[in-house]
Design a protein around this ligand. Sequence first.
Ligand code: IPE
Ligand code: IPE
Ligand code: MG
Length: 251
Amino acid sequence: MNLPTSESELEALGIDPARVPRHIAIIMDGNGRWAKARNLPRALGHRQGVLALKPIVKATVSLGVQVLTVYAFSTENWIRPQAEVDALMDLLMEFLRKETQELKDQGVSIRAIGDVSALPKRAQEALNEAMETTSDQCRMILNLALNYGGRDELVRAVNRWLASVSMEGRWPPGEISEADLAKHLDTRGLPDPDLLIRSSGEERISNFMLWQIAYTEIYVTRTLWPDFTPTTLLEAISDFQRRTRRFGAAE
Ligand code: IPE
Ligand code: IPE
Ligand code: MG
């Protein structure tokens, strides 16, 4: 589809440009099933999945979204066949190599959450280079969740914190607050997601952003990730805008 460029076009789709989610998180699921339905190897499904991401980034940038977090590889995904893991790492490097400049031109700053230190060295290098190249951009953050697990993030946050305070001889630190803990997460400084989208119909979180999605609106679509288009995204945003977020309040 052509991306809506004017406010009136968005209005026609029932989307209020002033109430677009600040932070959208996506569980990009269904690459394997997309490939299987076509008798193709899973790796080709992943390749098609990377292709699907490009127009979604463009759409979110043009909509004024501030942060787009995409779940690209979970702490659990290492148990997949080695060839599939290798293919995913190669695709990550290829994506960074090919797309960084264009992302920069769009004003996108690339960042990552997850334990990237466990990724293959070459992938870490490509990621660091992409992050450095785009670090001066501030239109939108593209946050790649790589070797990411919500539980792992919490444990790493506490461990990092422990290491820093014990080095400074300030342990125990006394009572801690939610804000204190949030400051040690991989997402420190970022707003919590307003909208979490999961493609391929699975109604589960799969260890994604456990802390940050406490009050996030969840939208599940049966569309498999390689078939996900900006139209699917706009449907999700339109659905989000029809909801009333109460955050525990009565009305
Ligand atoms: C999501 O697609 C991509 C990753 C988890 C890396 P899947 O590979 O999980 O696709 P399905 O769920 O098997 O269809
Ligand atoms: C979640 O998808 C992880 C990513 C999209 C990277 P999975 O396909 O790994 O999740 P499960 O196993 O179906 O819960
Ligand atoms: Mg899956």
